[in-house]
Unconditional design. Structure first.
Length: 273
């Protein structure tokens, strides 16, 4: 049975079948339709998911996909914390960051996405200017906008510590990938259920009332992978950048799940009139 990884073949089959009935569909139109049928917002999101899955399968065969000390281009973020498995579109305007992205595209497409401590800082070139933990990410796609800004789609892969910075045409980091702990414990499995239940209340969504397959549209995985669940829920919460950064820096999955339950129990922040 085909799944989302066969989306390109499905789009081609759809286009050919419609053409046989004298209905003309472009490649992009058929891809967009297949993406929506599979429950994704658009083809870019689905393509990023496919690429991430293929990359993960490749990395799983490697003993050390991200070796200690690897030097990787940095993409500093003013107002966002990227998590592993998270797919996000970001806009790049700073020249050094543009060079970092372009450098990654002619190489292995890896960058380090890390939040900067002060959003007003236009040249975050020191360790003090950045948070100590970011995410090694894969650059899935990039498009140049009419105003010259670069729109980049990235997919988070793994937490990493920032050890040392090197600055030249672009900012790069010597990194130390972070291994998680406690993700396969019975406590983590139990807390996963609590996090999923808590999110239903927090987001005012009743999963039991949704048609089969609809839960995927909310971007939530099953409770079978506590770490993945935690990193999927975290960016969906209406919390501060600092709070999200603390969750990113928490390598213990059980501790992270407990903190998510606490944050959701507090409810959404009330808007100021």
């Amino acid at each position: 049975m085909r799944d989302f990884r066969d989306a390109k073949a499905m789009a081609k089959t759809l286009r050919e079948a419609l053409h046989a009935k004298s209905v003309t569909f472009t490649t992009s139109e058929s891809q967009e339709l297949v993406a929506r049928i599979l429950g994704y917002r658009d083809w870019n999101v689905l393509a990023a998911k496919i690429h991430s899955t293929e990359l993960s399968a490749t990395l799983a065969q490697a003993d050390a996909p991200f070796p200690l000390g690897a030097n990787i281009p940095i993409v500093p973020m003013r107002d966002m914390v990227l998590f592993p498995h998270m797919i996000s579109r970001i806009f790049v305007a700073r020249e050094k960051t543009r060079h970092a992205v372009e450098h990654s595209l002619v190489g292995d497409r890896r960058v380090v996405v890390v939040a900067q401590r002060r959003g007003v800082d236009d040249r975050p070139g020191t360790l003090d200017a950045l948070y100590p933990v970011g995410v090694i990410a894969n650059v899935v796609d990039r498009q140049t906008q009419v105003d010259g800004a670069l729109k980049v789609t990235v997919c988070g892969l793994q937490r990493t510590g920032i050890v040392r910075l090197t600055e030249g045409e672009f900012l790069a980091a010597e990194v130390a990938p972070i291994e998680e702990q406690g993700g396969h414990s019975m406590e983590a499995a139990s807390l996963s259920s609590a996090v999923l239940d808590g999110y239903q209340t927090y987001a005012e969504v009743d999963f039991s009332a949704l048609p089969p397959g609809s839960k995927a549209r909310f971007g939530l995985p099953s409770i079978g992978d506590p770490s993945l669940l935690a990193d999927t829920v975290a960016p969906l919460l209406s919390t501060s950048l600092e709070e999200k950064q603390q969750l990113l820096e928490t390598r213990d999955v059980v501790t992270r799940l407990k903190r998510l339950v606490e944050l959701m129990s507090a409810g959404r922040p009330k808007a100021v009139a």
